[in-house]
Design a protein around this ligand. Sequence first.
Ligand code: SF4
Length: 673
Amino acid sequence: MSYCASRFHTVRRPTVEVAVGAVGVGGTNPIRLQSMTTSDTQDVAATVRQSIALAEVGCEIVRITAPNVAAAKCLGEIRAQFTAAGFGHIPLVADIHFLPSAAMEAVEHVEKVRVNPGNYADKKKFAVREYSDADYETELQRLHEAFSPLVKRSKELGRAMRIGTNHGSLSDRLMNRYGDTPLGMVESALEFIRIAESHSYRQLILSMKSSNPKVMIQAYRLLVQRMAQAGMHYPLHLGVTEAGDGEDGRIKSAIGIGSLLLDGLGDTIRVSLTEDSVYEIPVARAIAEKAMSRWGGDIASLAAENSTDGIDPYHFTKRETATLHLGPGITVGPEQPPRVIVRAGEDVAATLAQLGAGKLKDTPPEILLLAAPSAARLANLPNPGASSYALELATSIGLAELKGLAIHLPPGTILVRDFAGHEAPELAAFAQFAHEHQFALAAAIDPDALPALGPTIQQLDHERLLFTLGGFSARSFGFGGHAVGRYRRLAEGLRAIGSRAPIWIRNTADTAMRGDNTFLSKLLEASFLSGALLCDGIGDLVSIETELDPVRATRLTYNVLQGAGARISKTEFVACPSCGRTLFDLQATTQRIRSQTGHLKGVKLAIMGCIVNGPGEMADADFGYVGGAPGKINLYVGKNCVQYNIPQEAADAKLIALIKEHGKWFDPEPAHA
Ligand code: SF4
């Protein structure tokens, strides 16, 4: 049983509607936007102010942390004042970790309670031990007793509940049996669903969050597949946890949330940024609108076509590809990171100068893409330096014209040309030409043309051939169609004819779903398309051609590659969005630590406001900076806390000393003049 109706079209997953106060989630409701307050919940005035600010920017569901019973009690007054301010229609959600007593208080006051199955009543000490089936059963029984009171009370009061699993906070019992894996996350949630259903309580929404989009995507897919097998159709709350701030936070969120929404999964979303929460809503809205623009595909209209591909959607496998040498230091292939292609402006020399001055040492533009409406455009091209050229040939340019120019083009140049299904002879001729001149041919084809072109492709030299999407106009995706589906179909079609030719993911105006010409829209489109494909192991070259500033386009491409975990070009920050539990100014601290450590390419640093998800998320990071007590910081190496209660003013220096101690420090490049 697959996790979605189609891997090529968006077919919304049918779900039951869950009423969160006056707001319906799932069913035929639109994707609901939510966020969270960061104020101290016991500061009722501040929390009401933040809730109103969120509601005013379009937040439909507001979450508030309840770290203890005292805070949970405050939810009553917060609800009353929020309603009095005219926001009775906006439901409040209590965020609960570790304390069933806080949950039992909170449920009296708010429309929904979020529990974390990993720490609601289960132990989390990172104790490595074998659980016999009897031990396991005993723990499950204890969990049933601890969780049932909240289930029963929620049912009595007509409250909804989110079973919100986090990759970083699975219990010891699940970690020991399944490891810190999507399967462990799914089992953790299913245990809580079964307890709820044992009391005939089904007002449930599920989430499977991780700071790693790949893990998050696999966990949601697996959960849906397992729920489908069990006849469960609960709505999903999507989010990438600790996504961070700025471009990176938006990219990681869009990769994870976007990829799932395109497969029809997801009914409410939260973009968790290490910024003021009000900035989360415009990003969430843009993501939701792009995804909902694909809605309309229905199972019936797609029944005729094959709806899936040969990829294992629950485990990451990089698509097998041939190796291509595209000039000095630029190789495409199985062991290589995806290569970065940047579109040049009309004036190639000006573009090269911009890129040269662009401080792009760790993020070099490897291939420069030029539009070649005529052969004349290819004469006297400036020396591309360390980059190679990709020349987008108009189909009017014949091989005869190219022959005269070939000697002026450096080896490794990529010739890019559209080929329709009836152009097999042209494809063979251009491939032969490329072979003879040590060029590569990037054939832009419509996947539906593969059956016609297949026999020719099978004869071609794959050491000089790559493919990208072609043969389409912006509106040819059809109902529910999208470029991710077309590229998946291209990869599947190539697999079917035994071709391991690399695939170039081109983010262009033609692959865009909807939106405006803002940088945010371009960033989200590229994250949806390239991120979703790279997280499934598809994509060997990437270009973002909607951003015309070559320096910005280059940086954005590297940031999307890093967000998808496909190519690391700078320090990776896992930073929580903060909430009422946060023990220091997270935004300022993240900025400050980034300014000192942002040059440590390949190092993963986690900055967490408190220990809730802290240690677990640490498991994936090299070093951690975690709020331990007010004004005190704990430092971690991996998931092990190595220094406790450091006064905050001394913690940055201690962190850098720790990085040096572990041989992961190198001094930043002197600032460019
Ligand atoms: S890790 Fe951050 S967002 Fe999560 S509970 Fe702690 S302070 Fe809040």
